[in-house]
Design a protein around this ligand. Structure first.
Ligand code: ADE
Length: 405
């Protein structure tokens, strides 16, 4: 187990050149020396490489899971047994264990919290465990939304960097990362042919558009559902059919939710769904498919394949639910590939340094990283791919300078 984890972590590290360059650049100076970091992330090979980078930058790191079904137990074993990084997580942990593990991370008295979805930050606040925390970072759209609510209610106690909102994060991780890993998760769980299938993607944010693009690329006939008229209009102009879920689900072979909203698929939709429809979620929380409605409508439920439950409804139709309505890309597959997490986690490592260097100036609010950091991450990635771009001319530089002032 431990050996398998170690090899897979190494495999991922070779696909994370930007993070490795940051690790190397800072391993002498150790800007995070003496800093305790508690990170609540999906425990994957990519997260392991972030934890090892933060450690080599001087920090002491503890990890817990941001989802009870996404933990890769071989990674936990490798980090705990070989690297001396304590990880409090196991795949399939109960809700009580999940929160107990978050509390263990907070008991470590972190200076910095690194979060994916907001649970660590919220528990730190609701249980009064924020003394001594200099700041935090947040990886995902859902978490940033929760933080902005806390900020507007005046309850946020420390500054948080919305790493999600860096361009080198959301344009790549949310779009290409989720696009590919959702195809991967659905194929590993079901092994169905995608070509010719009717796939409904709920939500046309960065995640939804990545998923739609990749399923279209596999030959599926993609329909988009939205509640935002502008995003719906964009989807139409990108060439997709757009319609309400009630209409779309009648002909759907597969429905994937990616909205961040609850009850996107609920009783009224399940009542008209096509026999044999597959339901999968790619949003952070397991709230997008109403599991209570599905359970109440079912006569029997059984696990028909790993990560797939068959619900036989009272009228005989069958509905297949993937990963209990949790993130299919992380629960049935391994999450986003390392190449894209390279960008997200480079921003995370640089955000930790940024928090420390600006600690006197930052107030309890939600911040984004400055453009120079985004551009540095992009330049490093391009360099690692052997791609050069033009230097701005004198006139272009002057124009950029005057526009920026
Ligand atoms: N979120 C999505 N994919 C991930 C991965 N591979 N590791 C950590 N967090 C993720």
């Amino acid at each position: 187990m431990r050996e398998r984890g170690r090899k897979r972590i190494k495999w991922a590290s070779r696909r994370m050149p930007v993070l490795m360059s940051i690790r190397e650049d800072y391993s002498q100076e150790k800007p995070l020396k003496g800093i305790r970091i508690a990170a609540c992330l999906h425990i994957t090979t990519e997260t392991a490489n972030l934890a090892l980078t933060l450690r080599d930058m001087g920090a002491e790191v503890r990890l817990c899971a941001s989802n009870p079904l996404s933990t890769q137990d071989d990674v936990v074993a490798a980090l705990n047994e070989e690297e001396g990084i304590e990880v409090y997580a196991r795949r399939g942990e109960s809700e009580e264990e999940y929160y107990a593990n978050i509390r263990k991370c907070l008991a470590f008295k972190p200076h910095i919290t690194v979060d994916d979805g907001g649970d660590l930050t919220v528990v730190a606040h609701t249980e009064g465990q924020y003394e001594g925390i200099i700041g935090g970072t947040e990886e995902t759209t859902t978490g940033v939304r929760r933080l902005r609510e806390m900020e507007s209610e005046g309850v946020l106690k420390y500054p948080v960097i919305a790493v999600n909102d860096s361009k080198t994060k959301y344009l790549f991780d949310n779009r290409y990362g989720t696009g590919q890993s959702t195809v991967d998760g659905i194929l590993r769980a079901t092994n169905v042919l995608l070509s010719g299938k009717v796939v409904v993607v709920a939500g046309y944010g960065w995640v939804g558009r990545g998923i739609a693009m990749r399923f279209r690329g596999m030959g599926a006939r993609v329909i988009i559902t939205e509640i935002d008229p502008i995003k719906a209009l964009e989807a139409v102009h990108d060439g997709y059919d757009v319609m309400p879920m009630y209409e779309a689900i009648k002909g759907a072979d597969l429905v994937i939710t990616a909205t961040g909203e609850p009850d996107v698929v609920r009783r009224e939709h399940l009542e008209v769904a096509k026999d044999g429809v597959l339901l999968a979620n790619a949003g952070h929380f397991d709230v997008e498919i109403n599991l209570r409605d599905l359970g109440a409508m079912a006569e029997s439920v059984s696990e028909i394949r790993r990560n797939v439950k068959e619900y036989v409804l009272k009228d005989g139709r069958r509905v297949y639910l993937l990963c209990e309505g949790r993130l299919a890309n992380l629960c049935a597959a391994e999450g986003h590939p390392a190449e894209v997490m390279d960008l997200s986690f480079s921003n995370q490592a640089l955000a930790a340094v940024y928090l420390l260097r600006n600690r006197e100036r930052l107030k309890p609010a939600v911040y984004t990283l400055p453009d120079v950091i985004d551009e540095d991450v992009a330049q490093r990635k391009l360099a690692s791919m052997g791609i050069r771009i033009d230097e701005p001319s004198e006139a272009q530089l002057r124009r950029r300078w005057t526009e920026g002032t």
